[in-house]
Design a protein around this ligand. Structure first.
Ligand code: LLP
Length: 410
């Protein structure tokens, strides 16, 4: 069930007016919300030297990255392309952490040449890195803490069978490689997954880091990763960030005393910073009654928002055009030619052809996971900032779709 419908305004600008100005489908972001999420993390961790490294992959539009930069925080990148996008947004190499997963060493080299710190994710990578750079490039190690956590199996990445990080059981091997090549390890990292509700999980991850840290004398930071759960529907539980902040900070202070020095505490939130800031506004193309279900077919689909089909994710949806209409049950479906359910069994204010619908919580892993499947074009992106709607990515055009194709003369 959706909660009662209401018009949605961002900083006094209505989503409807944005849809009329820029067309649909369109992703709209509330810049103020992103800044307020950053501030709430900063205040939850006010007693420790906190550094936020925003997980670029959640939403990598350069204008969004600039907001993070403006708030004085840094970024985590997972590809050399993300590193470059962050640099385009104005981040200095020293503000970027590169956390690759099984990439070609060429990418690592490129990042090192740009001056970016590498988060080493495997023993072979440590060896290659050590052989080439010895103690000349400070680095971080991604530890797999063997913790099963996260909203579902696809986004749980800290367990023993996950490809990510170096198993904490391999600590003796890690230490051997560090010693052999005299690698200067300045940080240790864990990231156990996404949609993690419970503060205890962050503490458990922290405890793994605290124990391992005693073997590394040159540390300057510990990185607790991201994964805070946001509420996807009203009444949904969300990570209590104040609780995580208090508990983790207390444990961190105790650790720093034992370690003998105050370190920085890094976090890599993606969803927490941008999920709720984002809205996907679409138009209803058809209302189709079948013997059992009334479908609303919209001008979007899993090519723009894959989370419902990929993770069974729930995104609240409202009828912007007829907010006061009688509530009726619908399945909202995309136009992609395979099962493409965006929202199932939802009570929406009566929908007719041409109505504007909005999906909430579409800021994180929305456009960043979008594709051209079915040869469809990607939507425009709009950022509401200082009370005005700004276009921050043009809608794709047919030409964009085919520009890299090399057509044979046959
Ligand atoms: N740090 C690292 C190393 C990560 O791999 C991730 C996300 C994050 C931080 C940020 O996690 P967040 O705070 O956003 O939960 N596409 C999925 C989520 C995949 C997350 C992948 N890694 C989804 O839409 O639910």
């Amino acid at each position: 069930m959706s909660t009662p419908q209401h018009p949605i305004q961002l900083q006094g600008v209505s989503l409807e007016s944005i849809a009329h100005e820029f067309g649909t489908p369109v992703y709209v972001y509330d810049g103020e919300k992103i800044v307020s999420q950053i501030k709430s993390l900063q205040s939850a961790f006010a007693t420790v030297p906190l550094k936020i490294k925003y997980a670029t992959k959640a939403l990598s539009n350069i204008s969004i990255l600039k907001l993070v930069k403006k708030a004085g925080e840094g970024v985590d990148a997972v590809s050399i392309e993300e590193v470059r996008i962050c640099m385009q947004a104005g981040f200095a190499a020293s503000e970027i952490m590169y956390t690759p997963s099984g990439v070609n060493f060429r990418e690592v080299k490129e990042a090192v040449e740009l001056g970016v710190m590498i988060n080493l994710d495997s023993i072979p990578l440590m060896e290659e890195f050590g052989e080439r750079y010895g103690n000349t490039m400070p680095a971080c190690i991604r530890i797999n803490p063997h913790i099963m956590a996260g909203g579902n199996a696809k986004i749980s990445v800290g367990h023993i069978q996950s490809k990510f990080g170096i198993s904490i059981q391999q600590l003796p091997e890690i230490l051997e490689v560090v010693k052999k090549f005299e690698i200067k390890i300045v940080g240790l990292h864990v990231h156990t997954g996404s949609d993690i509700l419970d503060a205890e999980i962050f503490l458990r991850g922290g405890n793994v880091l605290f124990d391992a840290a005693m073997n590394f004398p040159d540390l300057t930071f510990l990185d607790f990763g991201g994964g805070f759960k946001v509420a996807y529907k009203s009444g949904d539980p969300a990570t209590d960030i104040a609780e995580v902040g208090t508990k983790v900070s207390v444990a961190f202070h105790t650790f720093c005393e034992k370690y003998g020095r105050e370190l920085e505490l890094w976090l890599e939130p993606g969803k927490f910073l941008v999920s709720e800031s984002g809205y996907l506004v679409v138009e209803s193309n058809v209302v189709k009654k079948t013997p059992q279900i009334t479908f609303v077919g919209v001008d979007s689909g899993l090519n723009h928002l894959i989370r419902p089909m990929m993770y069974d994710a729930f995104h609240d949806v409202y009828n912007l055009s007829n907010p006061e209409g009688d509530l009726k049950p619908y399945n909202v479906v995309g136009y992609i030619c395979e099962t493409d359910t965006l929202a199932k069994d939802r009570m929406l204010a009566t929908v007719t052809k041409g109505d504007l619908l909005v999906f909430k919580n579409a800021g994180a892993y929305g456009i960043s996971m979008s594709s051209n499947y079915n040869s469809r074009l990607r939507p425009a992106e709009v950022l509401v900032w200082e009370g005005k709607a700004h276009l921050i990515r043009k809608r794709e055009e047919f030409e964009d779709l085919i520009k890299n194709q090399v057509v044979l003369d046959i």
